[in-house]
Design a protein. Structure first.
Lengths: 194, 195
């Protein structure tokens, strides 16, 4: 692997009750986070190929970790998302190099398939800052019940020369979702949108 | 007296630490935490008799301890350190967090084979997003210096004013670059929970 990882973190959450309503089955989500060395920290490089390759490696690793943490089959996953927070000696474009060119294909494989765009966010930050990873349906971006987000936060990362990379998945939509729009059951799943 | 434990959500965190600027460890250190967000049955008023709730919390303690062990692969023998903590929402009092001492500690010591040491703990009043640094020590001998550690936990949406966030933490070894001497894990006598 090209990537140099200092630590890996997985988290799962499970909502059983929301505003007095029993959520059955419980809403379950997970996130996997890698804290990696930024090979371009402290210098401008016109070419960011190393981060592009790292993104490909992390799409597989973090996608698989998300599924494993929930103890489910890849096909059970309905939503996904990704995000990165770049330490202060890097630049926002480093997050883009990890997230956008190559991370998506191996992530889709880790959750069996995914026709929809993987929603993403990115920012610069330091140790202890929180990063909100957006979530959306993996089959059709317009599924309104599945628009969601999960917060990841590590007190000791990212250092100046590091990048925190996160992938998140969910087994369903928001608890008590009730604002209409395309439902997961009605997805055609052809164009990634509807 | 008895109260039903109303559980809103659970969360499990697992950290796997390979290095911290020094040599890469052959076996990474793992830290895991399980969190439960429950309704505080005593929120918003002063209740004198609260101690009975410790008994009601015991099944939840066992559930969280089991969740952590499962998240570490299912073998309790890999666990070498532990700790516990609670954040009480703002309509409660610190004493409500103290209800976690017995069920939180009991559950981990019930499941971990060598656990003579007191379970270190911390607690505070807080709101959604409040972070808690949970102290960690060796499970069988509190003085093992390499295993003094801590894990920060928190949830952006908890605890609400009328909730309590309960947490348990387990670790699988010493700090990743432990090198400040003291009693070693290999030297533990394991008789008094201290050395």
């Amino acid at each position: 692997m090209k990537v140099s990882i200092r630590k890996l973190v997985t988290m799962t959450d499970e909502v059983r009750l929301e505003m007095g309503q029993v959520i059955s089955p419980p809403s379950r989500r997970s996130a996997a986070v890698a804290v990696i060395r930024n090979p371009y920290a402290g210098r401008f490089s016109p070419n960011l190929d190393e981060l592009v390759e790292i993104g490909e490696e992390l799409g597989a690793l973090l996608g698989q970790r998300c599924v494993a943490a929930l103890r489910v089959q890849p096909s059970d996953v309905q939503s996904y998302g990704k995000a990165a927070m770049v330490g202060e000696a890097g630049e926002l474009e480093h997050a883009a190099a990890i997230l956008h060119p190559k991370l998506g294909a191996p992530l889709r494989k880790a959750v069996e398939r995914g026709a929809a765009l993987v929603p993403s966010s990115k920012k610069m930050g330091g140790p202890g800052q929180s990063l909100d990873v957006p979530l959306g349906s993996k089959d059709a971006a317009f599924v309104r019940s599945h628009f969601d987000g999960i917060t990841v936060q590590l007190n000791d990362a990212p250092h100046a020369d590091e990048i925190l990379v996160a992938v998140a998945v969910a087994l369903g939509g928001r608890p008590n979702a009730r604002v209409g729009g395309l439902s997961y059951e009605d997805v055609e799943g052809k164009d990634g949108l509807r | 007296m008895t109260e039903i434990v109303v559980l809103r959500k659970k969360a499990i965190f697992v950290e796997e630490i390979f290095h911290e600027g020094g040599p890469r460890a052959k076996v990474p250190l793992r830290r895991a935490a399980a969190l439960a967000v429950i309704k505080n049955p005593f929120a918003g008023r002063y209740v004198e008799d609260i101690a009975f709730f410790m008994e009601d919390l015991k099944p939840l303690g066992l559930e969280l301890a089991t969740d952590i062990i499962n998240s570490l692969g299912g073998d309790a023998k890999v666990v070498e350190g532990y700790g516990k903590g609670a954040i009480v929402g703002s309509a409660g009092e610190l004493e409500h967090g103290a209800l976690w001492h017995v069920p939180g500690g009991y559950s981990m010591r019930e499941l971990l084979p060598l656990s003579n040491a007191i379970v270190p703990s911390t607690k505070k009043i807080g709101g959604p997003g409040t972070r808690l640094d949970i102290p960690v020590t060796h499970c069988n001998a509190s003085y093992v210096r390499s295993h003094f550690d801590a894990m920060e936990v928190g949830l952006n949406d908890a605890p609400k004013a009328d909730e309590i966030m309960l947490a348990l933490v387990m670790t699988t070894g010493p700090r990743i670059h432990a090198r400040v001497g003291g009693l070693k894990a290999s030297e533990v006598k394991g008789e008094d929970g201290l050395r």
